[in-house]
Design a protein around this ligand. Structure first.
Ligand code: PLP
Length: 393
């Protein structure tokens, strides 16, 4: 059966050009970039080229790019580096809607005695900025906020936040794992101290990430070992993946510059509008005016998200009922709960996330299959019957 892949916030397909760039690094150019001989040295030069490609995607200097193993490592390294660099400060700030990479680290740090502030969001998933600014103190070591949410796509005003946080002398980190390649990033203009990226969200392979570290920012490595990455991240480089990420960053920049990524939001809007038109008691989770172009989180009231996913799966359609890390549990996601999405809607929420490979016929297949699935599930739902009776009385 053909796979219709609409789960690109979970992971993306490796671009064929990325794969092609990577392949020689497994069995042809397999030298260790730290070796003295030219065979390894050549690889080091190519890693440097990949560093420049990644730097160009986000407007950074090549030396500000540190390769890591994934977005989770980048997030953890950034937050731990900030608190280690300012050991006297014991307060850390994040939001209520972060990815587990940040959320669970904050919970661990809270158990170790750090005072944590979790900034709330409103019903649209927008950050409460007054709450954030009111809670910054001289004791705050770091503020870590995602640039865009993986479940709803809602974008936080990182540029404004960054300048307010940094003017208080507080380190500012942003998790841009879902942002890169979808909207332009310019670290020069945004002024963040640290920023995380992940290869597998931008058509590079899994197992490669980036931490952007602004020149002059205090830092303590998480992975202590050899002198790789200028002593900022020990461990022999994952050469093929780094080369792949460099190529993926180049392609992502090209698509953004040429405006070709724009058709992704046209397809997303087409999907969303048609579903809202055809399926009653459906709503969009999150601020529609300020979202990633590829993401829609749709809440179908009075049905189970997991049942929808299983039925879509029968037609080869891949979506998600929240982030991949939370699917499998029947608890509504912490993101939708933080937004105050009613229980009956949060339970029936499905995320579709598109990519530059998504076609109109992919969306048409969803539009053909999804409305009858929802109608069938609602026929079986006692809550739906009760809701209809209540509306009629
Ligand atoms: N941050 C966000 C917002 C994410 O969506 C993800 C992955 O889904 C991560 C961090 C973790 O990235 P990785 O899978 O590379 O560890």
């Amino acid at each position: 059966m053909k796979v219709t892949y609409l789960d690109n916030n979970a992971t993306t397909r490796v671009d064929p050009q990325v794969l092609e760039a990577m392949l020689p690094y497994f069995s042809e150019y397999y030298g260790n970039p730290s070796s003295m001989h030219a065979f390894g040295g050549g690889v080091a030069a190519n890693i440097q080229h990949a560093r420049e490609q990644v730097a160009r995607l986000i407007g950074a200097l090549p030396d500000e790019i540190i390769f890591t193993s994934c977005g989770t490592e980048s997030d953890g390294t950034a937050i731990r580096a900030a608190i280690e660099s300012y050991p006297a400060k014991r307060h850390i700030v994040t939001s209520r809607v972060e990815h587990p990479a940040v959320k669970n680290l904050f919970e661990t740090l809270a158990k170790k005695g750090y005072r944590t502030t979790l900034v709330p969001v409103d019903r649209e998933g927008r950050l409460d900025l007054d709450y954030l600014y009111d809670h910054l103190t001289d004791d705050t070591a770091v503020v870590s906020l995602m640039w865009a949410n993986n479940e709803t796509g809602v974008i936080f005003p990182i540029e404004e936040i960054s300048s307010k946080v940094r003017e208080r002398g507080i380190v500012f980190h942003t998790d841009a794992v879902q942002t890169a390649g979808k909207i332009p990033i310019d670290v020069g203009r945004t002024g963040v101290d640290m920023l995380s990226l992940s290869g597998h969200k931008i058509h590079a392979p899994k197992g490669i990430g980036v931490l952007y570290l602004r020149k002059g920012t205090r830092f303590a490595p998480f992975m202590i070992g050899g002198h790789q990455e200028k002593g900022r991240r020990g461990g022999t480089e994952n050469t093929a993946a780094i080369i792949g990420l460099g190529k993926a960053a180049e392609l992502a920049k090209q698509h953004l510059d040429e405006g070709s990524y724009r058709c992704v939001d046209e397809l997303r809007d087409y999907l969303e509008c048609e579903i809202l038109k055809q399926v009653p008691s459906t709503m969009v989770n999150g601020d529609r005016a300020n979202r990633l172009p590829n993401t829609t989180s749709l809440a179908f009231e009075y049905v189970e998200g997991e049942s929808i996913l299983l039925m879509l799966n029968e037609y080869g359609i891949c979506a998600s009922s929240g982030s991949a890390c939370t699917s499998g549990s029947l608890e509504p996601s912490h993101v939708l709960r933080a937004m105050g999405v009613p229980f009956t809607a949060a339970h029936g929420s499905i995320r579709f996330s598109l990519s530059r490979y998504t076609t109109r016929s992919d969306i048409d297949l969803v539009l053909e299959k999804l409305p009858p699935i929802i109608a069938r599930l609602r026929e079986m739902s006692p809550f739906w019957k009760d809701a209809k009776l209540a509306a009629a009385s």
